[in-house]
Design a protein around this ligand. Structure first.
Ligand code: NDP
Length: 485
């Protein structure tokens, strides 16, 4: 170690002579522009923030590993799932959805559950939530939906009228709304909730045979929720409660773990199942497609640096590896574009070169340049294709598995509209205490809605899910179930 190793330096590495007093013309004189250390320090400070995520801004992350516990090679050729005992390093980011970077953790909101597996065939991102379904099923509705979750353009306040207006006019949201308003809408900690891939994906094995798959991460800590009074108090007293809980648990060696299960549907069942299995507002009944254990995820290491690892982490549902592919789910199809695009804007076109995002396997392609190109930028290697200089070659064995499509290119609605059976099933599996709290949470949330027509429209949806459900909400709101539904 040289005597210079502990010197404070500028960003260009030169020793700093004085970090407490700026250069001025005499004791009382104005500050000199020649104090380039001061200029750089102030200018860099002004640029410390990158745009926060429009959704999922507030998050907490952790490193860990995934270990295969069951041989699923008959279903997928993904190398990281190839045999029992195989371990893959991973990083997870949990988040709330609607609030800003500094918002409270213990609010009623879905939680993001985004996992990056650093596999030897590239990074696989499973970008899910703690709920198995979503509010909408076509990405074209996403910006409108999120606008209703955000602030009113004039008052800059949250707007329950917009929230329930949109939901009541988008009945496909009913299933997710019911889950959100249930006890699970406020998890006790990030460790005490399940995670879901939510969408349907395709797995392909080494013989090219495909199946449809849904992912479930089941918490080994058990599901625990937070009652609304405690959550409201903690949101005020300790808004970073979930973030701290996760960090402390890992720091204390109490490593949280989840078992990963999948549901597997034969490709041909998609044509005959009683609803569209690519509709992300629906679950596949576990009675039809039971859970199959795949492996175990353990979080055992905290980030060293929040900004570098958690804020700059970029997840995209389109980061697939061989053996895992997209399904025609219209919400997923939109996310395949939107997530990577958000990161190109937020972090930059070379976000996959940053240490937290870069694959832990070699990367060979013809991308060059762009803002913040990191490393050697491909050096002198060949930078186009086709070429005569031995550049990296495509591997035909990794083409996607083909599947048949039919119909006209048009703006097409889903071909079924039963938005009620599954939320009703959920209501009916709850205990009386859980139902009472569900009804109370909905009533409290709907109370401030300005138009009675919106409330009546939404009551109609709850009634169609289960007459008791709708009637209880109507009564507690001092209204009647509309006669014509
Ligand atoms: P099952 O009885 O096989 O499964 C019921 C599921 O409901 C379990 O996964 C259970 O999770 C979960 N659950 C229990 N309480 C809640 C809650 N408050 N919020 C969210 N999930 C909860 O029945 P089906 O598979 O036929 O599904 C019946 C209904 O259960 C569905 O309509 C759906 O609303 C809900 N559900 C279904 C899931 C699925 O993948 N099929 C997943 C999650 C919910 P746990 O075992 O952890 O208690």
């Amino acid at each position: 170690m040289s005597s210079n190793d502990n010197h404070l330096t500028t960003s260009w590495g030169a020793p700093v002579g004085d970090n407490q007093n700026s250069q001025t013309a005499g004791t009382r004189g104005p500050t000199l522009i020649q104090d380039v250390h001061l200029l750089e320090k102030l200018a860099h400070f002004n640029r410390e923030r990158i745009p926060e995520r429009v959704v999922h801004a507030k998050g907490a992350g952790a490193h860990g590993y995934f270990e295969v516990t069951r041989d699923v090679s008959q279903y997928t050729k993904a190398a990281f799932l190839s045999h029992i005992g195989k371990r893959t390093p991973m990083f997870i980011r949990f988040s709330t959805v609607a609030g800003e970077l500094g918002s409270a953790d213990t609010v009623r909101d879905p939680r993001g559950f985004a996992v990056k597996f650093y596999t030897e065939e590239g990074n696989y991102d499973l970008v899910g939530n703690n709920t198995p379904v979503f509010f909408i099923r076509d990405a074209i509705k996403f910006p409108d939906f999120i606008h209703t979750q955000k602030r009113h353009p004039q008052t800059h306040l949250k707007n329950p009228t917009a929230v329930w207006d949109f939901w009541s006019l988008s009945p496909e949201s009913l299933h997710q709304v019911t889950i959100l308003m249930s006890d699970r809408g406020i998890p006790a900690t990030l460790r005490h909730m399940h995670g879901f891939g939510s969408h349907t994906f395709k797995w392909v094995n080494a013989e090219g045979q495909a199946i449809w798959v849904k992912y479930h991460f089941k918490t080994e800590q058990g599901v625990q929720n937070m009652d609304v009074e405690t959550a409201a108090r903690i949101a005020g007293e300790h808004p970073d409660y979930h973030t701290e809980d996760l960090f402390n648990a890992i720091a204390n060696g109490d490593f949280p773990a989840w078992k990963l299960y999948v549901q597997i549907m034969p490709i041909e069942d998609a044509d005959t199942y009683h609803f569209d299995p690519f509709d992300v507002t629906k679950v596949w009944s576990q009675k039809d497609y039971p859970l199959i254990e795949v492996g175990r995820m353990v979080l055992d290491r905290n980030p060293e640096n929040y900004f570098a690892e958690v804020e700059q982490a970029t997840f995209s549902p389109g980061s697939f590896v061989p053996g895992i592919e997209a399904s025609p789910d219209k919400m997923l199809q939109g996310r395949l574009f939107a997530y990577a695009d958000a990161h190109r804007y937020r972090v930059g076109p070379n976000h996959n070169q940053l240490p937290i995002n870069r694959p832990q396997c070699p990367v060979h392609n013809h991308q060059r340049d762009g803002a913040m190109a990191y490393g050697d930028n491909g050096g002198a290697s060949v930078y186009y294709e086709p070429n005569s200089f031995g550049g990296p070659k495509e591997s035909p064995e990794h083409k996607i598995s083909p599947f048949d499509v039919s119909g006209q290119a048009a703006s097409v609605a889903y071909d079924h509209d039963d938005h009620y059976t599954q939320p009703g099933d959920l209501y009916r599996l709850l205990s009386e205490d859980e139902r009472a709290r569900l009804v109370r949470n909905i009533v409290d949330s709907m109370q401030p809605v300005e138009l009675v027509d919106i409330k009546l429209r939404q009551i109609g949806h709850f009634y169609k899910a289960d007459p008791e459900f709708g009637t209880r909400i109507a009564e507690e709101l001092g209204l009647s179930v509309p006669a014509a539904l």
